[in-house]
Write a protein that binds this ligand. Structure first.
Ligand SMILES: Nc1ncnc2c1ncn2[C@@H]1O[C@H](COP(=O)(O)OP(=O)(O)OP(=O)(O)O)[C@@H](O)[C@H]1O
Ligand SMILES: [Mg+2]
Length: 246
């Protein structure tokens, strides 16, 4: 059984159909790269999975539980449990500016009150080491580079022990020389078999790290396949046209 199953997911803003009944599966250990032109619905798709947007129809199943089934949402407590299984990283980091790096990592687990302060602290230390920022634990976000901020954001999402990580253009706000360090952290996560959905313009990353590429255009999934297939032998004119522009 797929870990995430999306079927006929539909989202509109007024008369604008942003997601037109899209369906896809994500298996455990998949790294799915989502590509497509601006406005094609990539962010809306990702945000819907973590309930930052409410869809207008269709189903989203995560493991054994439905976030929404045939357009009907589960109860708030169930929704919370489901979304806690997913970590999200945004283009603009969304760190809390008034908290240090370490406090950014520890806030959500502390609020959840399921672990001791010592357990939380141990994990934040481990994760900061993992993203290469242990020496910046007491810094404030304003004093970090963009690449460092994004690595903090990744570590913060990992603090909740997510089973899947969702990335929405994690390197698009970065100067080119800073994208590599963030992609490297993501590549390591993939090598550790983290399940990931990555909306990205980084075709090199998609080719190298993803096991599936999904091309979206105008609210639809036009095609999806292994990176070598999709990049070397796209089946649809819209995919060819998009790839030629990259
Ligand atoms: N809150 C909103 N209200 C109205 N329209 C919206 C809203 N959010 C997104 N849209 C519209 O939905 C469509 C899809 O937007 P979305 O942000 O999902 O695209 P995207 O593929 O992520 O684009 P980009 O590559 O620029 O990030 C766009 O036409 C956008 O203008
Ligand atoms: Mg977007």
């Amino acid at each position: 059984m797929a870990f995430i199953e999306v079927s006929n997911m539909k989202k509109s803003y007024g008369s604008l159909d942003v997601l037109k009944q899209i369906s896809f599966d994500v298996n455990k250990n998949d790294v799915v790269a989502v590509i497509g032109p601006s406005g094609s619905g990539k962010s809306t798709m990702l945000r819907s999975l973590v309930h930052l947007e409410e869809v207008n129809g269709g189903s989203i199943r995560v493991a054994d539980d439905y976030l929404v089934k045939d357009g009907v949402y589960s109860r708030p407590q169930e929704i919370k449990q489901i979304t806690l299984r997913m970590g999200m990283v945004f283009q603009h980091f969304n760190l809390f500016p008034h908290l240090t790096v370490k406090e950014n990592l520890e806030l959500a687990p502390r609020l959840l009150k399921k672990e001791s302060a010592a357990e939380i602290k141990n994990r934040s230390t481990d994760l900061l080491a993992k993203v290469g920022l242990l020496d910046r634990a007491n810094a404030y976000p304003a004093n970090l580079s963009g690449g460092q901020k994004q690595r903090v954001a990744i570590a913060r999402a990992l603090m909740m022990n997510p089973e899947i990580m969702l990335f929405d253009e994690p390197t698009s706000a970065l100067d080119p020389e800073l994208t590599g360090e963030v992609l490297q952290v993501m590549k390591h996560l993939a090598q550790e078999h983290m399940t990931m959905i990555v909306v990205t313009h980084e075709m090199g990353f998609a080719k190298e790290v993803a096991n599936r590429v999904m091309f979206m255009d105008n609210g639809e999934i036009i095609e999806s396949g292994h990176p070598t297939e999709l990049f070397n032998n796209p089946q649809f004119d819209r995919t060819k046209a998009f790839l030629n522009r990259q």
